[in-house]
Design a protein around this ligand. Structure first.
Ligand code: GDG
Length: 747
């Protein structure tokens, strides 16, 4: 098992579409200005901290791989770069980049993942260019990767990269973080099947796939289940060669930087300008890039309606709307900009007076201190995107509040809403609600504002961008360790050989074999899962070399019908009945089965509410099977059924078993574990082996002594020591056991 701690990493390798510097080439001279985003400082601080954690100072400079035009040598000799990162630029020809970045990323993924499917363009050659660009990134990355690296890939431009890394470097530690929303499966599946699979499989190359919110992570997992059919258990996806975890890691900000910068002299300069301009008026602000996801027109309509509904506010409020230039060479964006500007002009024309313009509109980016000044002196932050992965401006605005407090109005469709429930949350399509929210926020009492802000500030301060980065790194270490221990548990040839050797040496071995999913594959209907003659022969041959127990949830009739001729001990209905080889059925139950009369109607009702599910009645139990029903609906119904049943069986000697696609109610006091204990009670068995696939087999694995060999068929958490990946491995393994023992004539 891996013992790696974060400090065991010797280097961080970031891969993102953009390098962390803005490069300018003027008069033959190249200059670099470090980008001020949270990610850049988080990564630098993480490197610093890991350096101080690894006492021997083995931590190396962080490498940042991104699209760039200049030679690495030239870039890395720039004084501004030398201090911080080692840059590695990926050259992407314009012809590829146009269809990769402009096309697949921004014309397809961006609108689709932000729930604008009608704006998604499925352009010719987009996907091929996307693949090509990911390959170019990989070509650069593979030159760099070394053992001890933590490779951290960012955002929707690089969905295919993690799997490329995993294929060539199976031992690498890889995290991926998505900065935009991951849409619900119904939207994701609008893309052609091939794109869906490539994106999901690409991402599953990472140990950890991080999203801003729990919902995005769940959308991703659901897409994996529906599109690839992989097993998912507690956010962990497992399949042949895949072991990946998806979870929420809401990105944050450098809280102290935004909070403290308000008090800096460089900021004060801008604050006095704002004071002069606003005088005794109230100030509302918004800052976003020019993009259709930001909901500018809805916001303007809401502000207009606010002025109409609350005439007393006219002349007393200014809305400073900052729109940061972005993609404005594209016609669609130019048109959007024109429409926004026309609307601003119309509202100002309608309500403005000689000394008051309701909207101040700026189409430019602000200097950092100017931005902080605006945050600190605005009475309301009106951040109402139609969709946003997170929205960092909301967190920055809250962090910049001091004694003079403002209030945040936040779209419930921004990822930030999941953590900022104390803000005034609005639906950006509900213009009336937004208009009222503006009034509510502007007139909110100071006490109330402080109370709400404190709660949000504490959260952002506690989980700032540094904790966020740290959290991702530590979780990746954990997932990697889990992946390794998981792989160790998969049975390989050596382990099989060792088991068979001890089996051969044993004087009195016993084997417990589950039936469905272990001896035969799971079938759609239980009655279809009948053994073939080869299986009956196999069990007969096994029974001639060892004591054999078939331990099943099936009823007595079924087991009798197929195995009456075999010298085998049968356990029916999960331990309710035992028939020792050559003996009669013995019951572990009382006779009263009237409890079924209460349970049956409930299960029948759920069958009617969930097409494809059915009830199976056995002597000692009732089961609601849902393996043939719609995946999601039945999962929900199963939860409802369990909770209804739990209430019903309170104070009754009954037990609910949450099996594989089955909810079963049975009498309490016995299970496969108690049955196995009865069989092995004499203590004579010097070799015990159990194989099973279901949750009910877990009780068997748990009850057996540590010396027993326990094997789960399938993946996922288990009490068993080993796993087989597929049912067919069981038959092959049993054949080997028989042969080995027959050859040694030790039966
Ligand atoms: C993605 C997702 C997610 C903005 N204007 C100016 C300026 N900014 C700074 C802000 C803030 C950042 O840029 C914008 O933050 P967003 O949250 O809007 O993020 P994006 O970079 O657009 O995009 C988004 C984010 O990634 C993080 O994962 O939240 O949902 O779309 O930090 O302060 N900074 C300066 N002048 C400006 O005019 N100095």
């Amino acid at each position: 098992m891996s013992k790696s701690k974060p400090s065991d990493f010797t280097r961080i390798v970031i891969v993102a579409y953009r390098l962390p510097f803005t490069l300018k080439h003027r008069n033959g001279k190249l200059t670099a200005v470090q980008n001020t985003g949270g990610l850049v400082s988080a990564v630098l601080s993480l490197t610093q901290r890991m350096k101080s954690e690894s006492e021997n100072e083995t931590m190396e400079k962080t490498v940042w791989v991104g699209k760039g035009e200049y030679d690495n040598e030239r870039l890395n000799s720039l004084p501004e770069v030398k201090e911080t990162f080692e840059l590695s630029s990926v050259r992407i020809p314009d012809s590829v980049n146009e269809k990769f970045y402009g096309g697949f990323c921004n014309d397809l993924i961006w609108p689709l993942f932000h729930y604008f499917p009608s704006m998604a363009v499925f352009g010719q050659g987009y996907f091929e260019s996307y693949k090509k660009a990911n390959e170019l990134f990989y070509k650069e990355l593979r030159k760099i990767i070394r053992p001890g690296d933590f490779v951290w890939i960012h955002d929707y431009q690089l969905f295919l990269l993690p799997a490329m890394v995993r294929e060539e470097f199976p031992e690498a530690s890889v995290a991926f973080f998505l900065h935009i929303p991951f849409p619900s499966y119904e939207v994701f599946r609008i893309m052609p099947d091939g794109y869906q699979k490539a994106i999901l499989q690409g991402l599953l190359g990472a140990d950890l796939i991080g999203f801003h919110t729990h919902d995005y992570a769940q959308h991703f997992l659901k897409s994996v289940r529906r599109c690839l059919g992989y097993d998912i258990s507690l956010n962990t996806v497992t399949a042949e060669d895949v072991y990946s975890r998806a979870d929420a890691f809401p990105i944050s900000i450098d809280y102290n930087k935004f909070h403290d910068s308000v008090l800096l002299p460089e900021t004060e300069k801008y604050i006095s300008r704002i004071r002069k301009q606003k005088r005794d008026r109230l100030l509302i602000f918004s800052v976003d890039r020019l993009d259709y996801t930001k909901g500018f027109l809805n916001r303007l309509s809401a502000f207009e309606l606010f002025l109409e509904r609350y005439p007393g506010m006219r002349g007393r409020v200014i809305f400073n709307m900052v729109m940061v230039p972005s993609r404005d060479t594209i016609v669609r964006y130019q048109e959007m900009k024109k429409e926004i500007e026309a609307t601003v002009g119309r509202i100002n024309g309608k309500y403005g007076t000689l000394d008051w313009n309701p909207i101040i509109y700026q189409y430019r980016s602000l200097k950092f201190n100017e931005l902080v000044a605006l945050y600190s002196h605005s009475d309301v932050g009106l951040l109402t995107p139609l969709r946003d992965g997170m929205n960092l401006v909301a967190k920055e605005y809250v962090a910049a509040q001091h004694k003079r407090a403002g209030m945040l109005i936040l779209s419930e469709l921004a990822g930030a809403a999941a953590e900022m429930g104390e803000s005034v949350l609005v639906n950006p399509s509900d213009i009336g609600q937004m208009a009222d929210a503006i009034h509510e926020a502007l007139t909110m009492k100071d006490d109330e504002k402080h109370k709400r802000l404190e709660a949000m500030k504490n959260r952002i301060r506690e989980y700032d961008v540094f904790s966020w980065a740290d959290d991702i790194l530590r979780t990746t270490v954990k997932v990697k360790a889990d992946r390794e221990s998981y792989r160790i548990r998969l049975i390989n040839k050596d382990i099989e050989d060792r088991i068979i050797t001890s089996f051969c040496k044993a004087a009195s071995p016993v084997l417990f074999l589950d039936y469905d999913g272990t001896l035969v594959p799971i079938r759609e209907l239980p009655e279809l899962a009948v053994p073939e003659t080869t299986l009956v022969d196999l069990t007969a041959r096994l029974a001639s070399v060892t004591e054999l127990v078939i331990i099943s949830g099936r009823n007595r009739d079924f087991l009798d019908r197929w195995f009456s001729e075999v010298n085998v001990t049968l356990v029916a209905e999960h331990g309710a009945f035992i028939r020792y080889a050559g003996g009669e059925w013995e019951s572990s139950l009382g006779q009263d089965a009237t409890w079924k009369e209460g349970i049956m109607p409930v299960m029948s009702r759920f069958t009617n509410r969930c097409k494809g599910s059915f009830v199976e009645e056995k002597r000692a139990s009732l089961s609601w099977h849902y393996r043939n029903a719609d995946e999601d609906l039945s999962a929900l119904r199963a939860i409802e059924l369990k909770s209804e049943l739990e209430e019903m069986i309170l104070n009754m000697p009954l037990q609910i078993i949450d099996g594989h696609k089955v909810v079963e109610v049975k009498m309490a006091g016995y299970n496969k574990g108690t049955a196995a204990m009865k069989v092995t009670a004499s203590g004579r068995n010097d070799f015990v082996l159990a194989i099973g696939d279901d949750k009910t087999d877990e009780e068997l694995f748990a009850a057996l002594p540590d010396s027993a060999v326990t094997i789960k068929v399938g993946k996922g958490p288990t009490n068993a020591t080993y796993n087989f990946t597929k049912q067919t491995s069981v038959t092959r393994f049993l054949e080997r056991m028989i042969e080995a023992r027959e050859k040694q004539e030790c039966s």
